[in-house]
Ligand binder design. Structure first.
Ligand SMILES: Nc1ncnc2c1ncn2[C@@H]1O[C@H](COP(=O)(O)OP(=O)(O)OP(=O)(O)O)[C@@H](O)[C@H]1O
Ligand SMILES: [Mg+2]
Length: 308
């Protein structure tokens, strides 16, 4: 089966002359959750806006389930749900009407049962007759999601879905996204919360200064770029690192009671056994040990540092 979405050579130069995207090639697999990470101004919203037909690309081609967004716009667009970064709603309209109207915009026949399901899933059911201006910020954001789901899209874009949303609600939204995926919806989200990508994504793309600098399976990314630390609690404190261990990336805690070995998850695991043998030969014993793995956040910060 072909990819649900593909972008080939997508570039964007805004009228100001700013080169916001530089030849983006990206294929999104059917049914995956793809997280697009990148600092402010990297080009995330620009890319999403191009795919959704809001911004015209300067170059490149986009196919949504085989439909060209330029030559077959209506068919391509009807497959897409977009939750924009900026909230835009009609303040005087009710929740129910807004969501129902959104569905109509895509030429879909009314389906009150679907709208009800969506509003209930987003805990907006008791607000269905409220005017939008009476909703809180977090409720408005959920309303944007309800609108995006109103026409039963196959691909859902969430541009910073949980910005300004409280912790409990974030968890609810993650749950909702997972449920959507389980029904076959492909999800592409941008986020500044790296834990969100770490929690949700199957694959991660990192965009920086208009270039896609990396696309990788999340697990693979963490395996490849992550470092692990092995901490040994020594039986007896050391005054200094024994010179015989200079070949290892070791650090001694300030009080000399812990030895921390930092290693690459890919290649250096095998050296742990050698390190432990060397310690034993030197008569250095330990009471306990544990390992910690670097988070996606560490990886991300490291990547951008290298890329800039
Ligand atoms: N309409 C526009 N005209 C000119 N420049 C623009 C326009 N829209 C965006 N840009 C510029 O393009 C770059 C990418 O913006 P974009 O909104 O895509 O970034 P982003 O990755 O979504 O950032 P954020 O994380 O802050 O949402 C920025 O430098 C921005 O100033
Ligand atoms: Mg943005």
């Amino acid at each position: 089966m072909h990819d649900i979405l593909s972008a080939t050579g997508v570039s964007k130069t805004y009228a100001s002359g700013f080169h916001a995207l530089k030849g983006i090639d990206l294929a999104i697999r059917r049914g995956e959750i793809f997280a697009l990470l990148g600092p402010n101004g990297a080009g995330k919203t620009t890319l999403i806006s191009i795919i959704c037909g809001i911004v015209t690309p300067s170059a490149g081609r986009i196919l949504v389930d085989g439909h060209d967004i330029a030559s077959d716009f209506r068919a391509a667009r009807s497959l897409i749900g977009l939750v924009p970064q900026e909230l835009t709603t009609d303040a005087f309209e009710t929740v129910w009407n807004t969501v129902s109207f959104s569905r109509g915009l895509f030429g879909k026949p009314p389906n009150p049962a679907h709208i009800e399901k969506v509003l209930k899933a987003l805990s907006l059911w008791d607000k269905k007759d409220n005017k939008i201006m009476t909703l809180s910020g977090g409720m408005k954001r959920r309303l944007m999601i309800a609108k995006a789901l109103s026409h039963e899209p196959t691909v859902l874009f969430l541009d910073e879905p949980t910005a300004g949303v409280d912790v409990n609600l974030r968890r609810d939204m993650w749950q909702l996204v997972r449920e959507l995926r389980a029904t076959g919806v492909t999800i592409i989200l941008t986020t500044h919360y790296i834990d969100e990508a770490e929690e949700m994504a199957d694959r991660i793309g990192v965009i920086n200064k208009g270039e896609l600098i990396l696309v990788e399976e999340k697990a693979e990314l963490m395996r490849k770029l992550g470092t692990k630390q092995l901490t040994l609690q020594l039986s007896e404190s050391l005054a200094q690192l024994p010179p015989a261990l200079a070949a290892y990336d070791l650090a001694l805690s300030a009080d000399g009671s812990e030895l921390v070995y930092t290693y690459d998850t890919q290649g250096e695991r095998a050296r742990i056994a050698t390190l432990l043998e060397d310690l034993s030969d030197l008569g250095i014993g330990f009471k306990d040990l544990h390992t910690t793995q670097s988070s996606l956040e560490d990886i991300f910060v490291g990547l951008l540092k290298d890329g800039s």
